[in-house]
Design a protein around this ligand. Structure first.
Ligand code: AMP
Length: 175
């Protein structure tokens, strides 16, 4: 039921941001309060009794349900942002893109040593961004407890890449 509603709500935008990419636009979900609540509840339900100390959300669409889930679980929410956006002292890591590299950052001291951290983004594609976020968690002494996504693009095999950090990967829908 939830899966079908999600599939009916997410919009495919062909050739965005460049030719050949089918962009999965989750913005119509945000216009539906009931659906947003159901998504947050489902993430929480699927975590079950898993011990989570904090949730890391990846800029920018990972902030949406990442923050709602953190509020529901009453856990700290920590931002991973593109380089140069966070005002305080940061840890950073660079990772490869199709062309060139990207750098992401997290505020130093946000994660305590030994914390079990769930990493959240709207969509798992190749997994490059999540691997970089996992590195930031580990650099701070955190343990990657798992990953959660609204959408996973199975054919890009991102799960294989991120599973070296945690085999707990919860995606609500798959394409
Ligand atoms: P990746 O590092 O390849 O797993 O890319 C993940 C990031 O890129 C996520 O933050 C997504 O929001 C975004 N992304 C990649 N591919 C798509 C797509 N087809 N539709 C929407 N967002 C995408």
């Amino acid at each position: 039921m939830l899966i079908q509603t999600l599939k009916d709500t997410i919009r495919d935008i062909p050739d965005f941001p460049k030719p050949g990419i089918i962009f999965k636009d989750i913005t119509p979900i945000l216009e539906n309060n009931t659906l947003c609540g159901q998504i947050t509840d489902e993430f929480a339900l699927q975590l079950g009794s898993k011990s989570i100390d904090a949730i890391v959300g990846i800029e920018s669409r990972g902030f949406l349900f990442g923050f709602l889930l953190a509020q529901k679980l009453r856990k700290p929410f920590i931002l991973v942002r593109k380089a140069g956006k966070l005002p305080g002292e940061t840890v950073s890591t660079e990772y490869a893109l199709e062309y060139g590299t990207a750098k992401i950052e997290m505020h130093t001291g946000s994660i305590r040593k030994g914390w079990n951290v769930l990493i959240h983004d709207d969509l798992l594609a190749t997994g490059g961004t999540c691997c970089a976020a996992a590195e930031l968690v580990q650099m701070q002494g955190g343990h990657v407890a798992g990953f959660s996504f609204v959408v996973e693009l199975d054919f890009l095999k991102g799960k294989e890449r991120i599973s070296k950090y945690s085999t707990y990967v919860n995606s609500l829908i798959h394409y």
